[in-house]
Write a protein that binds this ligand. Structure first.
Ligand SMILES: NC(=O)c1ccc[n+]([C@@H]2O[C@H](COP(=O)([O-])OP(=O)(O)OC[C@H]3O[C@@H](n4cnc5c(N)ncnc54)[C@H](O)[C@@H]3O)[C@@H](O)[C@H]2O)c1
Length: 110
């Protein structure tokens, strides 16, 4: 058994699964995101630093990754609830999850 992210997580195939990563715009969170993308996962990056989140989203998307971003302060219960909702809706078809608006077909949740 190699030292892969699949082995670390005890899962055999991560392809197409969704990882939600708080603090995902830099440091350990971003490193994890890159590992997950490498394993074929889609990632939802949540971070309090919006400009950095946008930069990372552009870079990862340009490289072909499926990435959604949510501005979220994890010390705010409302923000974390929003992250959960945005992730569920985004996983149901639309991968467009931006700031506080979710675009799903013609419906926009605010
Ligand atoms: N770096 C280490 O060696 C190390 C070692 C052990 C534990 N840790 C812990 O792991 C965590 C991540 O470490 P890191 O070095 O990647 O940190 P970091 O300082 O690089 O932060 C990672 C990201 O978290 C975001 N963030 C900060 N506060 C936030 C909030 N309230 N809501 C949402 N996003 C927020 C930042 O904007 C940043 O993009 C920290 O809790 C740190 O204490 C780090």
């Amino acid at each position: 058994m190699g030292n892969t992210i699949e082995n670390t997580l005890g899962m055999s195939d991560l392809t197409g699964k969704v990882a939600v990563i708080t603090g995902g715009a830099s440091g350990i969170g971003l490193g994890l995101a890159e590992e997950f993308i490498g394993a074929g996962m889609k990632v939802v990056l949540a971070d309090i630093d919006e400009p950095r989140l946008r930069d990372v989203e552009s870079r990862l998307t340009e490289s072909g990754a499926e990435v959604a971003t949510v501005v979220c302060n994890t010390t705010s219960e409302a923000d974390v609830r929003w992250l959960g909702l945005a992730t569920r809706v985004g996983s149901c078809g639309s991968r467009v999850v931006q700031q506080r608006g979710i675009k799903l077909g013609s419906v926009t949740l605010e």
